[in-house]
Design a protein around this ligand. Structure first.
Ligand code: ASP
Length: 407
């Protein structure tokens, strides 16, 4: 299983290198690349577009349904969800700030028609607000209007909870559909090497190799943000809420972080994460609830990645993002990260949702797809460290509460 995953990463990388080489070869005849190779890239993007709506729809309903259990778990559940949501919002905001300040796109602008894109006029704030709410059930799903799909999913999730017993068959269907969607997503991810190749060839043929320079800058900006987020936010949380020195926290977390970095899967790193947190003093009943939930819904690294990539793609396409659009990115990246499965590459699929929510061209994914594995390793490390920070904090708070009750 593990070798399969590694080999996919190698294949994607090979697809990128081959795409660059073939792109250079076609620089004298870009029309051929655009007419005959690009369509395969378009098919790949269309498949991503097709799967993202069912994934979001099912996984958000599943997430809301699991709130029923959270209610049972009471205060621990509330604290966990608050911690997860707040840190994810901080993560994506930090990502947007760093992407703007450090100019993630590096002043590079695309030329040529391979990824040509016409900027749409941004709607006003009130219009955006009204547009969050759907006026019918089918249209948002058909057009992949992401915020409306999220609202529908949330409503249905709450509907399932209120329906109680009678809602159970629907709940079972959604649980099973979520599993199926994840499998379909894995199939699409397996096509990435071909997709990356077919999308890169026309881009390189039309723009030359210079287009790749901003990618190095993008990797650096994203990694700086990953590190700042972990060092500042998690250290502060561990110190202030769990009275744990940051050094001790990160030292204790090193094995799980290494596992996450090399496997690029939060779910894969889960067993080791549980062990590390327990060694750091977290209670068993807390780790067994907070960590699996975190591996499913708490993805700070993914949120940072999605926020920065959205700004990067906007910059490269020469689109100015309004403040309203950036706020929308915070909202959708937070929700997209919740909907991201803890397996390699899923954050990239969900990036299309963030791009679509503010009208950015999803063709931009082609630019970052080739380096996705490098970004995925870092974001998964941040994801699981965030889960662990929450676990030690909630556990310390529960210890305090229990001690208070005894006294
Ligand atoms: N690979 C990430 C994880 O497992 C998810 C992502 O692709 O962003 O946490």
């Amino acid at each position: 299983m593990k070798t399969k995953k590694v080999s996919l990463a190698v294949w994607i990388f090979a697809g990128m290198i081959l795409g660059i080489l073939v792109g250079i070869a076609f620089q004298k005849n870009p029309a051929f690349a655009v007419n005959y190779i690009k369509p395969f890239g378009t098919i790949f993007l269309n498949l991503i577009k097709t799967i993202v709506v069912p994934v979001v729809f099912c996984s958000i309903i599943s997430g809301v349904m699991s709130m029923k259990d959270i209610k049972k778990v009471g205060t621990v559940g509330v604290k966990t969800v608050v911690f997860y949501t707040v840190t994810t919002c901080i993560a994506v905001t930090l990502g947007l700030v760093f992407a703007n300040v450090l100019n993630a796109g590096g002043g590079f602008k695309l030329t040529g028609e391979a990824l040509a894109y016409e900027a749409k006029e941004a709607p006003s704030f009130m219009e955006t607000f009204v547009n969050i709410f759907p006026s019918n059930f089918i249209q948002p799903l058909a057009n992949a209007t992401m915020l409306q799909v999220i609202v529908i999913s949330l409503l249905f999730g709450f509907g399932v909870i209120s329906a109680g017993e009678k809602g159970q068959p629907f709940a079972n269907f959604i649980d099973s559909a979520t599993e199926v969607c994840i499998k379909v997503m894995e199939i699409v991810i397996r096509l990435s090497p071909i997709g990356v190749f077919a999308l890169l060839v026309p881009v390189i043929a039309e723009n030359g190799i210079d287009i790749l320079m901003p990618l190095l800058r993008l990797i650096i900006v994203i990694y700086i943000t990953y590190i700042v987020h972990m060092v500042v936010v998690y250290s502060f949380a561990a110190k202030s809420m769990a009275r744990l020195s940051p050094l001790k926290f990160f030292k204790g977390m090193a094995p799980a972080m290494t596992m996450a970095f090399s496997s690029a899967s939060s779910v894969g790193a889960l067993p080791l994460n549980i062990e590390c947190c327990e060694k750091l003093g977290a209670r068993k009943e807390i780790t067994s609830f907070v960590l699996p939930l975190g591996a499913t819904i708490n993805m700070d690294g993914t949120a940072i990645y999605q926020g920065i990539c959205a700004v990067f793609i906007a910059q490269v396409f020469g689109i100015d993002l309004t403040i309203g659009q950036q706020v929308t990115i915070v909202l959708t990246a937070t929700l997209a990260s919740i909907g991201t499965a803890g397996v390699p590459g899923s954050g990239m699929i969900m990036l299309s949702m963030v791009l679509q929510s503010v009208g950015l061209p999803i063709e931009g994914i082609a630019l970052v797809a080739g380096i996705d594995r490098i970004l995925d390793m870092g974001r998964t490390t941040v994801n699981i460290t965030g889960d662990a920070a929450c676990t030690v904090c909630v556990s310390a708070m529960e210890d305090k509460r229990a001690a208070g009750k005894v006294n």
